[in-house]
Ligand binder design. Structure first.
Ligand code: GCU
Ligand code: CA
Length: 575
């Protein structure tokens, strides 16, 4: 299967080409950075390579991503984590502008050459930093590139930042001139090296100024850079993380640090208890995940068989949970020693499609060792995962379709095997071994709710498809021109002539109503329908009405009736 994002874009292109007026414009530059519309997929050095990354080791993993074919399933990021830097007794050794230097014993050709190599394989390069400014920068009082300021002007030497390597990172006082410019200079360096993904680690709520500064700095480079926050972030600040970054670690590390090597490195990389704790955080953080910002459950420890610390059942369960949660799929294993059983798991496009469908599932049953998770996709299918999280004995997990979101019968497909499981009425059960999961897709046989994305509809010229206000679904939302007559028009199917319920999902961050006419097959069915302020452009609401549909294709258009234009329009749900 081709890279999923490419498939989605191609699909959007076909639908737009088939519709009426139209125009597709690049996302407007504003607060959203437009990155990670779907969760990142690739590999990270921390779990397996740990504290001894070298350019040869990273290149070997990049080679393996390609030779295994994992890249063609969407695994494209090669992320170099911590321990690439050079330390002395005062912490990080810095360059002439106070930024970390790379350990040339580990990376003799430098990071740009490594990124170039990764790019030459059609992959993307990820890199790593932590907040603050190095003590050595302050000791040498290095200049801040492009300014008349120096390290000592911006460092708060009274406190040290969290850092897991050379330590000795002072806080930056962002009220000082030169502070943002220092971070900008670092981000410019990363961009010039070809960084496509930046993890900022050791971040907590005390570092929100750093998180903001790095967000600004990355945007200022003009290079698209996926921005990841780590680790164990506070859920109380989830709206802040979501407004600034593309993913955020919901917990500490998935690694057990129980391996036989130094500092607990080596196999096993993890254990089941480090996976099972993620069920609760994925449930608690579910509401914050969506296109452009995802809950990072940490590395997926699949690729090296049982020695990674999980049984095959547990590995499939880990992949199942991550996919249901819409979590980044960053492999922690040694891809040069890919186990065939695990390779089959990782190249299961049905699982990958669930991860990349743009939705994070909700936990709908949690009863002892059993859990059931569910989400609805745009097609109207539900994806349901049932788990036995226990370590001893089989157990039967059960869910009613009414808990999933529909009634009657559904056509069930097992997503791990691909097998058609026939029609199942009312209730679904699975008897599961300890650590086992069942992942199914259910197509309701009766009325289903289908989501028609606005970015795939016809839109008037002067309108754009934007991604800068989180909470949209699909791959963006429509920002119409601020003019009367601006519209969004969907082609909506119906199996039979009937009255159908239609919900228009929108946001209006202004304080003035943005009324629209709702027209079905050329007839106004709701004139000047109110689409009042929702409080912010990030707060989405639905306006639901019943409309007459004929059998087959119908056009449903919403047209702004005032000079303010339409609200931002995300999608139309037809039930
Ligand atoms: C802001 C907002 C847009 C919105 C526009 C409007 O610019 O960011 O998303 O469409 O206002 O008033 O229509
Ligand atoms: Ca607008």
């Amino acid at each position: 299967m081709r890279h999923l994002r490419a498939v989605l874009l191609a699909l959007a292109g076909v639908l737009i080409a088939g519709a009426i007026p139209l125009l597709t414009a690049p996302p407007a530059a504003a607060s959203g950075n437009g990155q990670s519309i779907r969760p990142a997929m690739g590999w990270s050095s921390w779990s397996f390579v740990r504290r001894w990354p070298t350019e040869d080791k990273i290149k070997a993993q990049a080679d393996a991503l390609v030779s295994s074919g994992l890249d063609r399933h969407g695994f494209v990021y090669v992320n170099l984590d911590d321990f690439y830097q050079k330390c002395d007794s005062n912490g990080f050794v810095v360059d002439s502008y106070g930024r970390w230097t790379v350990d040339s014993a580990k990376f003799p050709s430098g990071i740009k050459a490594l990124a170039d190599y990764v790019h030459s394989k059609g992959l993307k390069f990820g890199f790593y930093v932590t907040p603050g400014i190095a003590k050595n920068a302050v000791l040498k009082n290095t200049p801040i590139e492009g300014t008349s300021y120096h390290a000592a002007d911006i460092a708060d030497t009274s406190t040290l930042e969290k850092n897991y390597n050379c330590k000795n990172m002072y806080y930056i006082d962002y009220t000082k001139p030169g502070a943002q410019e220092f971070v900008n200079s670092w981000a410019r360096q990363f961009a010039s090296w070809g960084v496509d993904y930046l993890k900022i680690d050791g971040v907590g709520s005390q570092d929100i100024p750093d998180v903001r500064a790095w967000d600004k700095a990355l945007r200022a480079t003009g290079r698209p850079i996926n921005y990841a926050l780590s680790n164990n972030l506070a859920i109380a600040d989830a709206p802040t993380w979501r407004s600034l970054a593309n993913s955020w670690r919901t917990q500490g590390d998935v690694e057990c640090y129980c391996g036989s090597g130094p500092n607990g490195s080596g196999y096993p990389l993890t254990d089941w208890s480090h996976v099972t704790t993620r069920f609760t955080s994925a449930a608690n953080w579910q509401q914050y995940a969506g296109p452009g910002g995802w809950n990072d459950l940490d590395s997926l420890e699949i690729g090296n068989g049982d020695q990674a610390g999980l049984t095959a059942d547990q590995r499939r369960s880990q992949f199942t949970l991550w996919s249901m949660a819409g979590a980044p799929l960053l492999l922690g294993t040694d891809l040069t020693q890919l186990d065939p059983v695990d390779a089959a798991m990782l190249t299961n496009d049905r699982l990958i499609a669930v991860d990349q469908d743009g939705y994070a599932a909700k936990r709908i049953v949690s009863s002892g060792v059993n859990q059931v998770w569910s989400k609805r996709e745009d097609s109207g299918d539900y994806v349901v995962a049932l788990f036995n999280t226990g370590t001893t004995g089989s157990s039967t997990a059960t869910v009613d379709w009414s808990q999933v979101g529909f009634t009657g019968s559904g056509q069930v497909t097992d997503l791990w095997s691909g097998a058609d499981k026939g029609t199942v009425a009312d209730t679904y059960s699975a008897t599961l071994r300890p650590g086992e999961a069942r992942l199914i897709r259910v197509a309701p046989l009766g009325t289903r709710t289908v989501r028609y994305q606005a970015e795939q509809a016809g839109i008037t010229s002067g309108s754009t498809v934007d991604t800068d206000h989180p909470g949209f679904t699909g791959t963006g939302f429509v920002n119409t021109a601020n003019a009367a007559g601006a519209y969004v028009e969907w082609t909506v199917d119906s199996a039979a002539a009937r009255n159908a319920s239609v919900a228009i999902r929108y946001a209006n961050g202004s304080t003035v109503g943005r009324p629209m006419d709702v027209t079905v097959n050329g007839t106004v069915v709701s004139a000047n329908r109110a689409f009042n302020g929702t409080g912010s452009w990030d707060t989405w609401a639905a306006s639901t009405l019943t409309v007459p549909l004929k059998a087959g294709a119908n056009t449903i258009r919403v047209t702004a009736t005032t000079a303010n234009g339409a609200p931002n329009v995300d999608a139309l749900d037809r039930s």
